[in-house]
Design a protein around this ligand. Structure first.
Ligand SMILES: NC(=O)C1=CN([C@@H]2O[C@H](COP(=O)(O)OP(=O)(O)OC[C@H]3O[C@@H](n4cnc5c(N)ncnc54)[C@H](O)[C@@H]3O)[C@@H](O)[C@H]2O)C=CC1
Ligand SMILES: O=C(O)CCC(=O)C(=O)O
Length: 473
């Protein structure tokens, strides 16, 4: 049974149930958090003019169980381990049945793009309070189900954007000069010195679909190589340099020598490049996709390359990707894999767009810090599926304070009922915000002892609007 539902408990029980909702410090002498303060007071504590922030110790940190899948970077592992949490690390993703077994037990899960956290998986995750996507994309997580069950989701919105943009630049030149084929031939012992249909990229047009973090970085790099840039985006955006937004995808396809996709996976972007779009592209143009495998209809690409309409392609992402490294890129993974592999001038990479030391190390730090702030202080800044709520840190001058976090359904009348409960105490500060069907309230209250905290917790939990209650102090 989830701790949130099991509140008629002794103090000892509470200590072991905090993971999901309420927690009490097991020992004041427990290892000190290095929790960063919301406003930097912790680091400034040495400075006598500034009041040190209080490290909220709502739980025995060693009771917090974290599962990290898909080879999350050492930087992230170190930050989480330094909190005293129990961290289990696996290099690969897990098949669904094993994932379900493991997720039942953990309070925090860290994944990359491969692990699918569907409603079916998440409904088994009774202790889970937060998910860290150590990547940009969050399409692999059912964000709505997570929010509706009080599970916050964090990602790293741009730490690998530059790595992807640089990969695309490399691929544009490699495709224009047929480098993959020439290199393969040399590896096979064949000298094949040709210039037929090999081009400079200077003066050519790059068409960017999705002008977000990656698309706009790419735009700057491409112009520096003398390319003209056009882009298509559903949002009206200012072009960098001399790049120009076009009104329709068809406009872009008709102008571009190189077409590259940088959209998220959404219902509208699934197969957004298919047979009709290949027909609209210039003969002899090139297609690049490092967004998500669902964005391009690959059998249609194979056709377009066989017919000569498309002169080359680079793919980094596929509808089905294996859980870990190995000899997997065959027809049993994707039915057309062998046809794809047999094509000329096609660069196939194993979803490495964001796989650089710089990106992975930055993502490890960014996401694990967000997880620590959420677990320890309830701060949702940067969350993908929850309202962003933050309060100034409690300070060590405030010994009898507690932080109440109440995640609830966004329906009328809840705040009145919550404030009836909190109103008997001194609410020092409070913030509430909502996103869709879910609202998040954070309040710091003073002069509370342990029985009071237990009472507050029980009363908040008994409200019908409750999704999850946590009390940190
Ligand atoms: N291959 C890899 O290793 C990596 C792949 N990615 C993928 O790249 C995607 C894009 O990344 P960012 O640039 O950081 O995302 P972003 O969110 O900054 O930009 C995406 C852009 O696409 C636009 N867009 C959305 N729907 C559209 C539509 N139907 N038509 C045209 N434009 C549309 C948005 O308005 C936005 O400007 C990610 O969602 C992820 O799936 C991200 C990082 C690494
Ligand atoms: O590096 C990864 O595993 C995923 C990269 C990616 O696709 C993303 O950041 O969305």
């Amino acid at each position: 049974m989830s701790s949130a539902r099991n509140i008629s408990v002794s103090q000892d029980d509470l200590i072991h149930q905090v993971s999901r909702s309420l927690g009490l410090s097991t020992s004041p002498a427990a290892p000190t958090h290095s929790t960063p303060s919301s406003f930097g007071y912790a680091t400034a504590a040495a400075n006598a003019n500034v009041t040190a922030s209080k490290h909220l110790k709502p739980f025995a940190t060693e009771d917090i169980k974290i599962l990290l899948l898909e080879n999350v970077n050492q930087t992230g592992r170190d930050i989480l381990a330094s909190q005293g949490y129990q961290v289990e690390f696996l290099k690969t993703s897990l098949p669904e049945d094993q994932l379900i077994q493991k997720i039942r037990d953990v309070h925090v899960i860290g994944i990359r793009s491969k692990t699918k956290l569907t409603a079916r998986v998440l409904q088994e995750a009774k202790n889970l309070i937060v998910i860290g996507c150590f990547c940009i994309g969050t399409n692999q997580v059912d964000l709505k189900y997570a929010a509706d069950h009080g599970i916050a989701v964090f990602n790293s919105p741009f730490s690998n954007s530059r790595s992807v943009a640089e990969l695309i630049i490399g691929e544009i030149i490699a495709l224009a000069r047929q480098l993959g084929d020439r290199s393969n031939e040399m590896h096979a012992g064949t000298w094949n010195k040709v210039s037929n249909k090999c081009w400079e990229v200077r003066g050519k047009t790059l068409g960017i679909i999705g002008y977000g973090h990656i698309g706009s970085q790419l735009s700057v790099l491409a112009e520096a190589m003398g390319m003209s840039v056009v882009y298509y985006d559903v949002v009206n955006l200012m072009g960098l340099g001399t790049s120009r937004q076009v009104d329709t995808l068809e406009d872009l396809l008709g102008q571009a020598d190189f077409v590259t996709c940088h959209v998220p996976e959404l219902p509208e972007t699934v197969k957004m490049i298919g047979q009709q779009q290949f027909e609209q592209m210039k003969t002899g143009s090139y297609l690049i996709n490092a967004s998500r495998g669902s964005v391009v209809d690959i059998p249609a690409l194979i056709q377009a390359m066989r017919s000569g309409k498309v002169a080359g392609a680079a793919l980094d992402v596929y509808p089905n990707e294996p859980a870990g490294n190995g000899d997997y890129f065959h027809n049993d993974l994707n039915t057309w894999a062998n046809d794809l592999r047999s094509l000329k001038n096609i660069i196939l990479t194993p979803h490495i767009g964001g796989s650089t030391e710089e990106a992975q190390s930055a993502i490890g730090i960014e996401v694990s810090q967000a997880l620590v702030k959420y677990v320890n202080e309830g701060i949702t800044l940067g969350a993908c599926n929850m309202p962003e709520v933050n309060l100034r840190s409690l300070t060590i001058d405030e010994p009898d304070h507690a932080r109440v976090i109440y995640i609830h359904q966004n329906v009328p009348g809840v705040l009145r009922r919550v404030n009836e409960i909190l109103g008997d105490h001194n609410v020092d500060k409070q913030m509430t915000d909502s996103k869709g069907d879910v609202a998040y309230l954070m309040a710091d209250i003073s002069n509370v002892d342990t029985p009071t905290i237990k009472d507050l917790y029980s009363r908040l939990e008994s409200l019908s609007s409750r999704i999850m209650t946590r009390i940190l102090y």
